[in-house]
Write a new protein. Structure first.
Length: 272
């Protein structure tokens, strides 16, 4: 019986790690799906440390996929600051816009994230916000923007940052909100996708640093294996999910995510 319970616990955490990891990069809301899955299967995750850890796993995957962009931005950003080389200004501005876009969600999350999570915690509420996410994706399904990295403006950064802050509400996809905002502002799909996921990095790092005390709890000593497996599952699932989503974006098939959000939202609202 003890072996069965231990094995079931491992499977539970691997499952949640896969759900969070797979849904993190695609525009269907990872936080909303964790709520739905817990209610659907009668499973509960009470501890904040789990969410921090699987989010870190997703962050590792994003860093790996965008490592070349990150290195280029750092190198050219330093070149512009130190040597004032004009050909590096575009990447310096891109970094500046990422910083600006991080501020709204950072401030609102720091002040109100816990309250937002408590208010929007019921499956019916998640259903409504998933449908809202689907509407946003449906609106941009056929949009083909022209703005590349060098055409971004301060206004673009502020609007995308505000969109990211709206995604603090469970069921509103972070990637969905930022990509919808970016494409409505006229960005190319590739630029919108890159800006969205490079924007995920400082937010995720900030959450990790601010919540580090919640991660190292006495429970970690007994739960290290389930947590480790969930971390690995989230990292692997995010990596392949984001690669898949990049191909979907390139083909302009966002309407399928809109359909999914409508169906999942309806199920959460009516059946749970």
């Amino acid at each position: 019986m003890e072996f069965y319970e231990s094995f079931s616990l491992l499977l539970k955490y691997i499952f949640f790690g896969l759900v969070q990891g797979f849904t993190e990069p695609i525009p269907i809301s990872s936080s909303g799906h964790l709520v739905i899955v817990q209610n659907l299967f009668g499973l509960k995750l009470e501890n904040l440390s789990f969410e921090i850890l699987v989010n870190f796993g997703s962050l590792i995957a994003v860093l790996i996929i965008y490592k070349n962009d990150i290195l280029r931005l750092i190198q050219n950003g330093l070149r512009f600051i130190v040597k004032k080389e004009r050909d590096a200004k575009e990447d310096f501005d891109f970094i500046l816009y990422l910083i600006i876009a991080t501020i709204p969600a950072g401030v609102i999350g720091l002040l109100f994230e816990e309250q937002i999570g408590l208010i929007f915690s019921k499956p019916q509420q998640i259903g409504i916000t998933l449908i809202i996410t689907g509407i946003g994706l449906w609106i941009i399904r056929n949009i083909r923007g022209r703005k590349n990295d060098g055409a971004l403006t301060l206004k673009d950064a502020i609007i995308i940052g505000l969109a990211q802050s709206v995604a603090l509400i469970p069921g509103i996809s972070r990637s969905g909100a930022t990509i919808v905002a970016a494409m409505l502002l006229g960005m190319k799909q590739e630029t919108a996708l890159r800006f969205s996921f490079l924007l995920f990095i400082p937010i995720s790092f900030g959450t990790l640093l601010l919540s580090i005390d919640d991660l190292f709890t006495p429970e970690l000593k007994t739960m290290w294996l389930p947590y480790l497996l969930a971390f690995i599952a989230a990292a692997v699932a995010t990596y392949f999910s984001l690669k898949w989503f990049m191909n979907i974006m390139a083909r302009g098939n966002l309407k399928y995510f809109a359909f999914y959000c409508f169906i999942a939202g309806f199920i959460a609202f009516i059946l749970l």
